[in-house]
Design a protein around this ligand. Sequence first.
Ligand SMILES: CCCCCCCCCCCCCCCC(=O)OC[C@@H](O)COP(=O)(O)O
Length: 322
Amino acid sequence: MQLSTLSLFPFSVPKFLHIKASREGESRCYFTLNQGFNRSNKLSRYIVTRSQLGGTGILDATNSLSEIKPSPKFRGVCFYGMTVMAGVLPFGILIVAHPLALIFDPYKTKFYNLIPKLWATASIAPFFDIELEGLENLPPQNAPAVYVSNHQSIIDFYPLLTLGRSFKFIGKNTVFLYPGIGWAMYILGMIPVKRMDIRSHLEAVRRCMDLVRNGASVFFFPEGTRSKDGKLGDFKKGAFTVAAKTGVPVIPMTLIGTGEIMPAGMEHVVNSGSVKLIIHKPIKGNDPEILRLLARNIILDTLSIEAQKKKTALISSKPSII
Ligand SMILES: CCCCCCCCCCCCCCCC(=O)OC[C@@H](O)COP(=O)(O)O
């Protein structure tokens, strides 16, 4: 028997290592998740020959090396590498274009609207898919609106940026200090808010109203922080005050899946999975409290419907004995 292909597995253990490799009917080397490696001769613990595996007649035995799944931590490192690399050129363009945007389009900054979209798309494309639902509910590109969504992960803004809308995010003031991304947020005219500082909150609402009245759109995560357990938190009223006082619509959005890909507190991992972004019908009104409750209920209902769908899909995908 030839040792045709040697495999080294520094990250995760592929399924085909769970089987026995044998020669002339003799047990040589096998691995199980529960028992670890068992050796009965000199074969190295990290070496398995594919020619040996191919002849075992077990379904998994012919799995190709392409099925090796990198670990979430490794995917995390690749994700950050990708987003930094993809950001170099867009960041340069932003810096060059900034003075022109300030002169010709200081509020909407539509001038470099495409840049965040391209950057976000390139950053996430190798790692997860996005399913968009309700695109028809998006108001026209140049119609000002207040966008709100649930918040589960620091990667939430990537799917949102792929919509190619020039909304200004309202962000924690410390986020603006992050190299690259924070500076880009500052250049793009996004709005910092200092936690537990009522003056900063009022100033942010004032700035948002100014932007909206000048034709720009703003984006709030009205929970104000990421959900740690996937449950939707209470909504703060700032976003809805802006909409009620300026008369622009609120566009609620539900983000599903980001919390599983990069959970809050686990920013070093990128799990596999997919993201769904649902854009709901605009809601309008002059009572911020009603808008707040309505938007939260829409998102809450959607989260529970989607969770139920996922559960049903999981149950029906399980093999059953007839
Ligand atoms: C490099 C060129 C790229 C140009 C595009 C840059 C656009 C970046 C948009 C980023 C938007 C970020 C919005 C942040 C909102 C925010 O600040 O949410 C707070 C949470 O997360 C953290 O709160 P917590 O869960 O309490 O830690």
